[in-house]
Design a protein around this ligand. Structure first.
Ligand code: ASP
Length: 439
């Protein structure tokens, strides 16, 4: 028998109708043995995610505002699913346990984790699978950092005892104190990946509400093509630039164990979705795998005569950024120029002080600041060692009258980063997509 690990996101466990869909998916393949679930998410626009409501409960409790009404909204969601589907489970005792802990001023992580906890108990009872708590299995050190290898050992040992199990996503516990610790938001993706590694799964199926990744943002490009397969490194480049479908940390555990990830759509279970693997680009693979971009960057450009002869100039520029605790994205350099590209989030409230420090310490002959710069990543394993890709991008942009503010090719040759004025952002993405689209 094979082993598949499935993770269902918040929208896939949002209500009874969604749970019947996931049961059909699981029943369709006996290899689907380990299931990780999120807390119920939004059922419609304007609805609330259970995790957000739980954080609110804790905030109310801390400010001595009665939380009971809010807590009732949460328990009603689970109870409705239980009654609609006729699931035989005593939820009241879990509600009482959580209430008692809230009254005892439980930690924020504890309360945030209860969405996944209740979700997994309910889904396990519905499927007739074992419930396996991730407390004591997904382990953190005292600074809240995941202990990947110890987690792997603990999960492996426990899951060997269960042929089929449902596990809550998003949390684990402190290895020393046993206190609940959560991963960052969206962390159930990471739990699924850790479980897949521990049971050495054939595949990690990540079930969500979209049929995988698209080659470009559909809000910018009309009907972009779906991505059928993509490698982990390409995905990393795209996610870094804002294409979000998976938690960033979810890739590492399965990548280590060479397990492919399949992004699937709970609402369209026949769609094949996107497969993410370590495979290298097969011959004849498309040049372009995807395009993603991000607005809100600032470029600080410095000019200094004979800069190239001065040893340590760029290092000192970077030290100044380091002193301000700023991480930069790119540093394009010329003979007498150096520019740093920094996200506005990093610069928030610090720009004037940074400029003052650069001016005082680096004494540039000229310094200018360009705000409203956007970066676009054009990503594809098929680009590597294929001449003409940059030319094609530049021509496409020139034809649209778009000025390129920066162009940077990563040494792996699988991505080209283009900086444009934010006003040109959408047009630039469309122009590049159309240049590569297979007509
Ligand atoms: N429920 C958590 C969140 O909303 C974790 C998850 O869904 O992956 O972030």
């Amino acid at each position: 028998m094979g082993v598949k690990v499935l993770k269902f996101g918040g929208s896939s466990v949002a209500d009874g109708i969604q749970l019947t869909k996931i049961k059909n998916i699981i029943d369709a393949d006996p290899d689907r043995r380990y299931i990780v679930v999120s807390a119920p998410g939004k059922r419609f626009d304007g609805d609330n995610k259970i995790t957000d409501l739980l954080y609110m409960c804790r905030a109310q409790m801390q400010h001595n505002i009665p939380y009971e009404q809010l807590f009732q909204v949460i328990t009603d969601r689970y109870s409705a699913v239980k009654y609609n589907l006729g699931i035989d489970v005593d939820l009241d005792r879990y509600y009482d346990e959580i209430r008692a802990n809230l009254d005892n001023k439980c930690s924020e992580d504890y309360i945030a984790s209860r969405g996944e906890y209740l979700s997994a108990i309910l889904v396990a009872a519905y499927l007739g699978y074992d419930f396996v708590d991730t407390k004591g299995l997904i382990l953190f050190d005292k600074r809240g950092r995941l202990l990947a290898d110890e987690t792997n050992e603990a999960l492996k040992a426990e899951l060997a005892k269960h042929e089929r199990a449902v596990l809550p996503g998003f949390y684990g516990s402190d290895k020393e104190t046993g206190e609940i610790r959560v991963l960052s938001r969206g962390g159930s993706d990471v739990t699924g990946s850790l479980v897949a590694r521990a049971v050495n799964a054939d595949i990690y199926e990540n079930w969500t509400d979209v049929s995988g990744l698209l080659m470009a943002d559909p809000r910018i490009v009309k009907d972009p093509e779906p991505i059928q397969t993509i490698s982990y490194i390409e995905l990393r480049e795209l996610s870094y630039m804002g294409a979000s479908v998976l938690h960033e940390d979810a890739v590492f555990p399965v990548r280590l164990a060479n397990i492919p990830i399949n992004i699937r759509n709970t609402n369209e279970p026949d769609d094949p979705g996107t497969i993410i693997t370590t495979e290298h680009a097969p011959e004849g693979k498309k040049v372009l795998s995807g395009i993603a971009g991000n607005k809100d960057f600032t470029v600080i450009a410095m000019y200094k005569n004979m800069l190239n002869k001065e040893i340590g100039y760029v290092r000192r520029v970077l030290t100044i950024l380091e002193d301000f605790d700023i991480s930069f994205e790119h540093i394009p350099t010329g003979i007498d120029t150096v520019s740093v590209v920094i996200s506005n989030e990093q610069l928030d409230g610090k720009l004037d002080d940074v400029l003052e420090a650069l001016d005082r310490q680096m004494k540039p002959d000229d310094m200018s600041v360009h705000e409203d710069i956007s970066l676009i990543a054009v990503v594809g394993l098929g680009m590597s060692r294929r001449p003409g890709t940059s030319a094609k991008i530049c021509t496409a942009l020139a034809d649209e009258g778009i000025n390129i503010r920066m162009l940077n090719q990563g040494s792996s040759e699988i991505n080209i980063i283009i900086g444009v004025d934010t006003a040109d952002f959408e047009n630039a993405i469309r122009a590049i997509y159309n240049a590569f689209a297979e007509k």
